[in-house]
Design a protein around this ligand. Structure first.
Ligand SMILES: Nc1ncnc2c1ncn2[C@@H]1O[C@H](COP(=O)(O)OP(=O)(O)OP(=O)(O)O)[C@@H](O)[C@H]1O
Ligand SMILES: [Mg+2]
Length: 314
């Protein structure tokens, strides 16, 4: 199990990590989310020891992460670190050997990964002459070449076409199913909702929402959309556990608390007319994200002090 425990890191005036904590078990595929500047990259760098912490600790199986653990870790950094003049296989074999593989094992693993990623025909190509998306695939192969127990991937899906997204999703699922702890950052919330069992959402250096995606969605407010054959006095059907969010003559949307029974609203409609449409939806991860992050977002002050040095801040 990977544990990030109350990580603190300050860069000058910016508190990048402000007590950030979450954990990822072996076999778990965890999406690490958060708006630009939330601290995701800083936290992942701290796991790899690329950035130092002011306070807090990163542990693997209860012990502080050390060089031996990092050798068993696959890392895809935000600033992509390929050697542009190296050829693809040469690069992967080199990295595999750095992580302790024999030359033969490194060759074999590289070939298998390039096959999986649909890059076999590029094995002898110089990295700099690959397209951006194909360089990205090589990056993933580089993170996986030594068959790591822990995978830490900073926005691995950025710049990939939909087919490559599917391929990479399948590979991450497979690594987690084989027992690795996998954590990756992403801004693609629908992808994360489909792919990950768990998520951690960071904002301003802290985790503001975490847990199993299904449980988080199940605990959220549901939306009930109802259509009616004749105009309905929708306001009379609203209740404390079924708030009216939107209404027109023939249709309405209610926001239901987790315990509310949608049949109450439907029965109300049927007292005057027939129900023509009904749907009950869980909040999407993207809605939960907006709710969780919204209240933690610091609006930049107006006026001359609004200028911010924050990279990527909206
Ligand atoms: N080396 C650094 N020097 C100064 N400030 C830094 C440094 N690294 C990160 N920061 C600041 O720390 C905060 C968190 O940055 P970080 O890169 O961890 O965010 P992020 O969640 O990865 O964002 P994004 O989604 O844009 O990649 C930001 O305000 C950033 O400007
Ligand atoms: Mg980042």
């Amino acid at each position: 199990m990977l544990e990030l425990d109350r990580l603190h890191r300050r860069f000058g005036d910016v508190l990048a990590l402000d007590g950030l904590s979450f954990s990822v078990a072996r076999g778990e595929l965890c999406g690490f989310l958060g708006p630009n500047g939330a601290g995701k990259t800083t936290a992942m760098r701290a796991v790899l020891g690329v950035t130092r912490l002011d306070d807090g600790e990163v542990r693997w199986d209860g012990q502080p992460v050390d060089r031996a653990v990092r050798r068993r870790t696959g890392y895809l950094p935000e600033e992509r670190g390929l050697y542009p003049k190296m050829r693809v296989t040469e690069h992967l074999v080199y990295l595999g050997r750095l992580h302790g593989l024999t030359a033969a094992d490194a060759e074999q693993r590289s070939q298998r990964l390039l096959d999986e990623l649909g890059l076999s025909d590029r094995a002898g190509t110089e990295i700099e002459s690959l397209s951006l998306g194909n360089q990205q695939r090589v990056q993933l192969a580089a993170a996986l070449v030594h068959d790591p127990d822990l995978l830490v991937l900073d926005e691995p899906f950025s710049g990939l076409d939909p087919i490559a997204v599917d391929t990479m999703s399948a590979m991450l699922r497979e690594r987690a199913a084989a027992g690795a702890a996998v954590v990756f950052s992403s801004h693609q919330l629908d992808l994360v909702e489909d792919l990950c069992r768990t998520v951690a959402v960071a904002a301003a250096g802290r985790v503001v929402l975490s847990g199993e995606v299904d449980a988080l969605r199940a605990a959220g407010e549901r939306r009930l959309h109802v259509g009616a054959a004749m105009p309905v006095d929708w306001r009379s059907l609203a209740a404390d556990d079924a708030l009216l969010a939107h209404a027109s003559d023939h249709e309405a949307t209610f926001v239901l608390t987790p315990d509310a029974d949608p049949v109450g609203v439907l029965d109300g409609v049927r007292r005057t007319t027939s129900v023509t449409a009904v749907s009950l939806t869980r909040p999407r991860l993207s809605e939960l994200f907006r709710d969780a992050v919204g209240s933690h977002r610091l609006d930049p002050p107006s006026g001359p002090t609004a200028a911010s040095s924050e990279r990527g801040a909206p």
